[in-house]
Ligand binder design. Structure first.
Ligand SMILES: Cc1ncc(COP(=O)(O)O)c(C=O)c1O
Length: 374
């Protein structure tokens, strides 16, 4: 069984806080400047121009529609209460909903503004210049950037020939590190937990699990393992800029991640987002319907790629990889000229692009551009 994209990071800290030197701050400035450049810049034609509104955005693994109606209504009902940090029981209601659905103890659940914060925070907490991070390659870059900032050794291990995490090679890559996982069967994650160095953690990033039929890893949290499971509302729930995420982990592990802000980030979330997330979680029929819609659009696209004899990596998520057999950046430009934005490639796979699965109409447009340019 495949696991949707997950990134795992870990390592052990000696209990001492890392000594931050000028190089750390300079590196942070570089990263921040990069982000300001990335997000502040207008794309060719401008993100806000008509062109970018009608363009097929198949580049960011966003959802093709916004939050579910019950979520929108719940969010709207909280807007006029936003003068308060915690007007009612919004936090306990969110935590109880997660604990009940995931069957994990209440005290193992924390809310976040998206899952990027706990992902980076885990690296800051558990990695150090003497404790590295091991991830699959390709993988989500954020933990690499954070590990670079922390000064931790980064080991990137290629996926297996059938695109799973190669957990044995990952353990061998840096026996002094903690471990990482993406597209990994649960048996492999269990193997990793049994064989990893004492004191390290396994981080399972289940950002795309709601699109998959795979069993989630949250049961490992309920078993008290050294595991941190991350979720986001940015994907299937269509809440990317509402910023909501979840981490599930044994309390002692979460406590370590709180050392520098005393739960401030986790405990002061935008109220409408919190209410929207709680209401959305309780919509199994809508979740199943959106998942089925995505799978149908993805399957239709796979059929088209097969007919074109293009090779792609089947996926369990709202994204897949296509091998153009030529530099991916050239193909990205061709798609852009045809009003479709496709995703990035990785150094390890320079001819392969990541494509987000959008609506059925988005994917028809994608296929028509494939026909035109390939
Ligand atoms: C694998 C993975 N993890 C985490 C994230 C972070 O998303 P967010 O911070 O919106 O929850 C992303 C975003 O695309 C992702 O692809």
């Amino acid at each position: 069984m495949r696991r949707p994209v997950s990134a795992t990071a870990s390592g052990r800290r000696s209990g001492r806080l890392p000594t931050l030197v000028d190089a750390h701050f300079n590196r942070a400035l570089q990263i921040n400047h990069g982000a300001i450049g990335r997000y502040g810049r207008r794309r060719s034609g401008g993100w806000h121009s008509d062109r970018w509104h009608r363009i097929g955005r198949l580049n960011g693994n966003e959802c093709w529609v916004g939050p579910f109606d019950p979520g929108v209504q719940a969010a709207a009902s909280k807007l006029t209460l936003c003068n308060f940090y915690r007007p009612n029981d919004e936090y306990p209601e969110f935590l109880s909903a997660v604990a009940e659905i995931e069957r994990v103890p209440l005290e193992t659940v924390l809310p976040w503004p998206g899952s990027s914060d706990p992902l980076s925070r885990a690296v800051v907490t558990f990695c150090s210049p003497t404790r590295g991070i091991v991830t699959a390659n390709p993988g989500f870059e954020l933990p690499w950037w954070t590990a670079d900032w922390v000064g931790a050794k980064i080991s990137k291990v290629p996926l297996t020939s059938d695109y799973r995490h190669d957990v044995k090679a990952m353990l061998a890559a840096d026996p002094n590190a903690g471990l990482t996982g993406t597209n990994t069967p649960l048996e492999d994650i269990e193997w990793l937990l049994s064989n990893k160095p004492a004191g390290s953690i396994v981080l399972v990033d289940e950002a795309y699990i709601h699109f998959s039929n795979a069993k989630p890893a949250s049961y490992l949290v309920a078993q008290g393992k050294d595991v941190l499971v991350l979720r986001t509302f940015s994907k299937l729930f269509g809440m990317a800029s509402m910023r909501m995420g979840i981490s599930m982990a044994p309390k002692a592990l979460h406590d370590k991640m709180m050392r520098y802000d005393g739960r401030q980030q986790s405990g002061t979330l935008p109220l409408p987002s919190l209410a929207c997330a709680t209401a959305s979680l309780k919509q199994p029929a809508l979740i199943a319907q959106r998942k089925a819609e995505m799978i149908a659009a993805r399957n239709a696209t796979f059929d088209h790629l097969q007919n074109k004899r293009l090779s792609y990596i089947p996926s369990d998520a709202n994204m897949f990889m296509v091998d153009w057999k030529r530099p991916a950046k050239d193909v990205v430009a061709l798609f852009e000229q045809n009003d479709v934005a496709i995703g990035r490639s990785w150094d390890i796979w320079p001819t392969i692009s990541r494509i987000t699965v959008g609506s059925a109409a988005n994917m028809e447009k994608f296929c028509s551009v494939v026909d035109k340019i390939i």
